[in-house]
Design a protein around this ligand. Structure first.
Ligand code: VL7
Length: 135
């Protein structure tokens, strides 16, 4: 049985989003707005099929994928790049590799109790986020 990520999750901690955004080349004004946001993740999951919505008062981002199947991801409203993206299980962790112009790009999710963790990586920067289950 795959780990169940379904739910609504509210961000409670955000470490080095600034460094991650600089690595992605996000402009100053957008970084200042983005740094104020408290995203909510709505995760839908049917076995190995996922939809992850990241919702904020400023912009939303949605991503659908199936474990092990590479797809073209356009990071619309973020840095607007194309990546060849694959998400795999590492035990109960979700490990995403985003191949493209930026080196060492990807993210990892894991769950511990009512906390959802996310590490976002780009080049030499790591942003660490914590979410709490709200539904
Ligand atoms: C990616 C913020 C900041 C540009 C706008 C701010 C809008 C939110 O990749 C992500 O999630 C994965 C794993 O859960 C699934 O897609 C989230 C958002 C990180 C990056 C870049 C600032 C512009 C913020 C929509």
């Amino acid at each position: 049985m795959p780990m169940n990520y379904r739910g609504t999750w509210d961000m409670v901690d955000n470490e080095n989003l600034e460094g991650y955004m600089v690595a992605l080349g996000i402009d100053f004004a957008t970084r200042k707005i983005a740094g104020m946001l408290k995203p909510q993740k709505i995760i839908e999951q049917d076995g190995d099929s996922f939809n992850i919505k990241t919702l904020t008062a400023f912009r939303n981002y949605s991503c659908s994928f199936k474990i092990g199947e590479e797809f073209e991801e356009v990071t619309k409203g973020l840095d607007n790049r194309k990546c060849q993206t694959t998400v795999n299980w590492d035990n109960d962790k979700l490990v995403c590799v985003q191949k493209g112009e930026k080196k060492s790009r990807g993210w990892t999710h894991w769950i511990d109790g009512d906390n959802l963790y996310l590490e976002l990586k780009c080049e030499d920067q790591t942003c660490k986020q914590t979410y709490k289950r709200s539904a």
